[in-house]
Design a protein around this ligand. Structure first.
Ligand code: FAD
Length: 466
């Protein structure tokens, strides 16, 4: 039996960051991961492979769709899908090895196998060959993540009916891909395959895309994806699917009532969300229970049971890698007796479509609901010199500030490279900046970030470049 200060179950962004942080703080730590590689959903079948394909497919479309020609670059592109998938796999392999390196550097031990809690302070790990070992720990951190939510009547076989993992490694470009669910994952993976030549139809139960996202920004994104050729069927419920060797027949009916219809596709991607993963974890041995959605509750990362902590997708909050990472740091610092907090109001979210969407803080809809008075400043990328020179003028920056104090309450960006720009507002808002603070801050020219400043100026009706 091996004894540790902390045993972390799960080696994703929650688990691996917890293990690294614990090592850094001088705690004896082991991280139990059953996959063959560290990095969890994010590195293996989530954030990173999807971004690899988004990047490659964006360049492919720039080459085939006339954008290169506009810039005076004549090329005759040919899709080599096998190579595109290989470079994705190579990058992922490099990243997962990188976590192994960080574990060695910070003295975090990777125990390969599936962990099961076996009473207070005990974790039994079963390796791939069936052998078992027992770990003892003062504190156990559950970071077992999430899995795709299944849709009744549409059984995922990862041949014709895919989950996100299947859609990240197709061996051919679909003729017609139907994506069920107009959330982040559906829109990103739908974009990949549309750019590579598929006809893509997105079916969504709600009457809008990206629930939770600022309404105006979501509408702009839908319009833009529509112009690119993505089709949307909103307010439509998928009631069943029949898969054959060649394709899938989907049955739909309007949510508001009306005639049912069928859709033929050669592939279907089910992307209706993710659910917490706690299978075989032995929760009952310490008296822990999940809620109706399968989620473990937490109070400042502590489960209801002393010495058992929960972080990442398996617990409440947005299912995002950087949220899992933030919780990992705070959780381990608390275990080490330090004060630490996660500011849940300032977790940014990004959609890596083209244009990209990035937001942090409150939406107008939320503020209206709260009855809080606010002002809005907006600046379009059509008026930003860098965006103009690069022919990437779609989208805008929208800054929402408190009407009385001018404190920035929310920022919603849609446009080129906004995923790299939102961090500025995260920092500013963490310091409770006012719109005026941003408006008075010098930004480099020519950059898209100047739009961030101009929108802040516009909160006071003082934007200078539109
Ligand atoms: C296609 C896709 C794209 C995404 N893109 C983004 C993005 O761009 N940005 C972003 O922030 N988020 C993105 N996400 C979400 C992100 O991947 C998750 O929020 C993040 O991985 C959650 O981290 P986690 O550590 O909580 O769980 P996970 O990453 O799910 O890791 C949990 C790990 O625990 C292991 N495990 C489970 N049970 C056990 C057990 N009993 N014993 C041992 N090991 C166990 C699993 O094998 C897994 O490796 C994406 C997700 C998907 C599917």
């Amino acid at each position: 039996m091996s004894t540790y200060d902390v045993v972390v179950i799960g080696g994703g962004p929650g688990g691996y960051n917890a293990a690294i942080k614990a090592g850094q703080l001088g705690l004896k730590v082991a991280c139990v991961e059953g996959r063959e590689t560290l990095g969890g959903t994010c590195l293996n079948v989530g954030c990173m492979p999807s971004k690899a394909l988004l990047h490659a497919s964006e360049l492919y479309e720039a080459a085939t769709g006339g954008e290169f020609a506009t810039l005076g670059i004549e090329v005759k592109p040919r899709l080599d899908l096998a190579q595109m998938m290989k470079q994705k796999a190579d990058s992922v392999a490099g990243l997962t090895k990188g976590i192994e390196f960080l574990f060695r550097k910070h003295k975090a031990e990777w125990i390969k196998g599936w962990g099961r809690i076996d009473g207070p302070g005990r974790v039994v790990v079963t390796a791939a060959d069936g052998s078992q070992q027992v770990l003892e720990a003062k504190d156990i951190v559950i970071a077992t993540g999430s899995e795709p939510t299944p849709l009744p009547g549409v059984e995922i076989d990862n041949r014709r009916i895919l989950d996100s993992t299947g859609a990240l490694s197709l061996e051919e470009v679909p003729k017609h891909l139907v994506v069920i669910g107009a959330g982040v994952i559906g829109l990103e993976l739908g974009s990949v395959w549309r750019r590579l030549g598929a006809e893509v139809t997105v079916v969504e139960f709600l009457d809008r895309i990206c629930p939770g996202l600022d309404g105006e920004t979501a509408k702009t994104l839908q319009r833009s994806l529509g112009k690119q050729g993505m089709k949307f069927k909103l307010g439509a419920k998928v009631t069943g699917a029949v898969a054959s060797a060649k394709g899938v027949t989907l049955s739909l009916e309007p949510v508001a009532g009306g005639a049912a219809e069928t859709l033929e596709a050669d592939y279907v991607l089910v992307a209706i969300g993710r659910r917490p993963y706690t299978q075989g974890l032995g929760l009952e041995t310490v008296g822990l229970r999940t809620d109706k959605r399968g989620m473990l509750d937490n109070q400042k990362h502590q489960s209801g049971v002393p010495g058992v902590w929960v972080i990442g997708d398996v617990t409440s909050g947005p299912m995002l890698a950087h949220k899992a990472e933030d919780e990992a740091i705070a959780c381990i610092e608390r275990i080490a007796g330090k004060a630490a907090e996660v500011n849940y109001g300032l977790i940014p979210s990004v959609i890596y479509t083209r244009p990209e969407v990035a937001s942090v803080g409150k939406s107008e809809e939320q503020l209206k609901e709260e009855g809080r008075a606010y002002k809005v400043g907006k600046f379009p990328f059509t008026a930003n010199s860098r965006a103009k020179i690069n022919h990437e003028t779609e989208g805008f920056v929208k800054v929402i500030a408190d009407e009385r104090t001018d404190e920035v309450l929310g920022v919603h960006l849609i446009g080129p490279s906004v995923s790299e720009m939102i961090g500025e507002y995260c920092v500013a808002m963490e310091f409770s900046a006012s719109a005026e603070d941003i408006a008075l801050t010098c930004h480099p020219h020519p950059t898209r970030s100047e739009a961030l400043r101009q929108a802040a100026m516009d909160v006071h009706g003082e934007a200078m470049q539109m």
